[in-house]
Design a protein around this ligand. Structure first.
Ligand SMILES: Cc1ncc(C[n+]2csc(CCOP(=O)(O)OP(=O)(O)O)c2C)c(N)n1
Ligand SMILES: [Mg+2]
Length: 661
């Protein structure tokens, strides 16, 4: 027997070689799992993973050893680079992503927020935080946590609850199993999220003899799990008995690529469709079954049907509080749920009948199980009427009447005007991207989606600062589309730095920076909860804090346009609707390799999008000396009365149950 062939490499070199050889496959299409590695070097990774990436890039240039591509992109903030990876992976329906390398200590813990965002949104990213010495001979090193209670605790343990899978490679020999499990979790649609492999700084540089088979190309099939036949039959039976069925389309419809199957089912049956943030665009604008957004940021149309629905069919949804209006939007006392979801834990939510499986396969099978079924005609008529009424309100937001615009201060637009202009002047295939502030809710209500990949709002973690780095990820994933990142002034100030990364990579993203001097969203929320917009405005302190001075002095006139310009972006400042239209045209005409374009626009935070009267459960102080808080608490108590538990089981069990004694 000949000895197995081995390669002598450091752990980091082995890691890089392995990552470059991973592929995913679904529906017969194969692609690289990793587009590259994003990173920021420090003493924890510069000579380990950094050295390995250098060797990899040089080998690519050397035709004698044409190693597969795994380009390195230097980011400016570790949290942001995870957002870039998430933006990329979401746009690729979770089939491709990036790895992220960070140095020990703050470099690594900066990725924690990104990890939480990825796991909550179920988007695959590979995080490679660096750990302090496994040997501990030089301990404590710079940035090392010393716990008096446990010698083996490190800051990287903070990734454990945030990761879909976590491992620390303390010995080179542990690398193969850690990586194989990591790949399996990244490509498992029911489990995916942030996958973290912590790499102590000394282990990264340690050499070992690796079997060459470790580096063979591997293709990870992303499975399409079929639902249980009997569960599907019962689901169809329940739906056939419904008078007012309603589909709630979530992100799973997109990730599974099930849009056509959904449209076909809906065309056959007439079941109306409401959409979550992640599911928006599951049906395109103009589909007669579309009711638009559901829940706290929903349309009057979707929420009216939800109030009466007797069977709610959730497809690929987690039923977040925004979707259910904190369990108040489904008002029918006899409502039952059918949940198509690849994750078992989601498919049993709201005591639903669980159709655990891939959305595309499940919808295909459900469609044939529902053959001949059609919703009552009065429901179809009502859906059409409700939608037309809502769409009129959308148009009025896009083009507000003179009685609204006449009240605006000079130079200000309404947020609805801004969203309307971007919607109407962008290409149907362009992508709108947002995450936090008042724009996600307004986009959910108002945006007309014209392409299945055209709407990207991160609302699982709603993380201020996601927008610019994630837009870079989307543009890298799909250079043929323009990406419009809608960013509030608060969100912009959290994470402007990745504009520099966009400059470096010559990536064109279009950032629409909406200046309204503070937290329009949380300000309005604060007011509605009796907290008087306290601490939500970007204003000077009026008097010293110890003399009762509050943040209600003059507006802080900082120049965010100059800030963006100083970071290398092309900046266009606009102060009326015509200038905004011209700026969008200029931005669209800018070259794809010309770096970021920022459109700076100021808006009036007191003109709101149309209301659907839906609730969101945010607790109000039960006792207070303030009249505003007491009034808000009374209103809160009223709303609480409409909150439901949805505990009635939807699954009837076998038709003729055989009880065991
Ligand atoms: C990282 C982070 N911190 C805090 C919050 C809570 N939060 C939600 S919206 C918001 C204000 C956003 O301000 P801005 O970006 O200016 O948008 P606007 O509300 O004015 O539309 C805050 C602080 C958050 N979502 N993310
Ligand atoms: Mg703001």
């Amino acid at each position: 027997m000949t000895a197995p062939q081995t390669l002598r490499l450091t752990t980091a070199q082995a890691l890089v070689r392995f990552l470059a050889a991973q592929y995913t496959e679904r529906d017969g299409r194969r692609q690289r799992l990793f587009a590259g590695v994003l990173g920021i070097f420090g003493h924890g990774n510069v000579a380990g993973v950094g050295q390995a990436l250098l060797e990899n890039e040089l080998a690519q240039q050397d035709s004698a050893d044409p190693a597969p591509a795994l380009p390195y992109v230097l980011a400016r903030n570790e949290q942001a680079m995870v957002h870039t990876a998430v933006g990329y992976a979401r746009h690729h329906d979770r089939l491709q992503t990036w790895a992220c390398t960070a140095s020990v200590g703050p470099g690594s813990t900066n990725m924690l927020t990104g990890a939480a965002l990825a796991t909550i949104n179920r988007i695959p990213v590979l995080l490679l935080p660096s750990g302090t010495f496994a040997t501990r001979v030089s301990a404590p090193v710079l940035q090392e946590l010393e716990s008096p209670a446990a010698g083996d605790v490190s800051v990287n343990d903070a990734f454990r609850p945030l990761s879909a899978y976590f491992d620390e490679v303390e010995r080179p020999e542990q690398l193969p199993s850690a990586l194989l499990t990591a790949m399996a979790v990244l490509t498992d649609p029911a489990r995916t999220g942030a996958v973290t492999v912590s790499l102590p700084q000394d282990v990264q540089a340690e050499a070992a003899d690796w079997p060459v088979t470790l580096f063979a190309e591997r293709t990870w099939t992303v499975p399409r799990q079929r639902p249980d036949v009997e569960q599907l039959r019962r689901a169809a039976e329940l739906i056939r008995g419904a008078n007012t069925p309603l589909i709630v389309a979530g992100g799973g419809v997109h990730y599974s690529g099930a849009e056509d199957e959904l449209a076909a089912l809906v065309a056959d049956t007439g079941i109306p469709v409401a959409e979550t943030q992640a599911g928006k665009g599951a049906l395109l604008h103009g589909d007669p079954a579309l009711l638009g957004a559901i829940g706290s940021t929903g349309t009057t149309a979707a929420n009216a049907i939800a109030a009466d629905a007797d069977v709610v069919i959730g497809i690929g949804t987690r039923y977040s509080d925004f979707t259910t209006a904190s369990r108040s939007v489904f008002g029918n006392p006899d409502v039952r749920f059918v949940n198509v979801n690849v994750a078992a834990a989601d498919s049993v939510k709201q005591s639903g009948l669980a159709v655990t499986g891939d959305a595309k396969e499940s919808l295909r099978e459900l469609r044939s199980a529902l053959a001949g079924y059609r919703v009552p005609q009065p429901l179809t008529n009502r859906v059409g009427e409700l939608w037309r009424e809502w769409d009129r309100q959308v148009q009025a937001s896009y083009q507000p009447p003179a009685e609204v615009t006449d009240r605006l201060d000079a130079g200000l637009l309404t947020q609805g005007q801004v969203l309307g202009a971007v919607n109407e002047l962008s290409d149907p295939r362009d992508v709108v991207l947002c995450a936090a502030g008042s724009m996600p809710g307004d986009l959910h209500k108002l945006w007309r989606v014209r392409d299945r990949k055209g709407y990207h709002v991160e609302y699982g973690y709603s993380c201020m600062g996601y927008e610019i780095p994630a837009a870079i990820g989307v543009k890298l994933a799909d250079p043929a589309r323009d990406v419009f990142a809608m960013v509030g002034d608060g969100g912009y100030l959290m994470m402007p730095a990745e504009l520099v990364t966009a400059v470096q990579e010559r990536v064109k993203i279009i950032v629409v920076l909406v200046q309204n001097y503070g937290f329009g969203s949380i300000g309005a929320l604060s007011e509605s909860l009796g907290s008087q917009r306290f601490g939500t405005r970007y204003r000077y302190r009026d008097g010293a804090p110890d003399a009762g001075g509050q943040l209600d002095g003059p507006l802080i006139e900082i120049d965010l346009a100059a800030n963006a310009r100083s970071l290398g972006a092309t900046v266009i400042e606009v102060s009326d609707a015509d200038q905004l239209a011209a700026a969008i045209a200029t931005a669209k005409a800018a070259p794809d390799d010309g770096g970021p374009v920022v459109i700076h626009v100021s808006t009036d935070p007191f003109v709101f999008s149309p209301d659907s009267a839906a609730w969101w459960d945010v607790p109000v102080a039960q006792v207070s000396h303030l009249d505003s808080t007491q009034t808000a608490f009374d209103e809160y108590t009223e709303h609480k009365k409409h909150q439901r538990e949805y505990l009635a089981p939807a699954d009837p069990g076998p038709t003729a149950p055989k009880e065991h004694s």
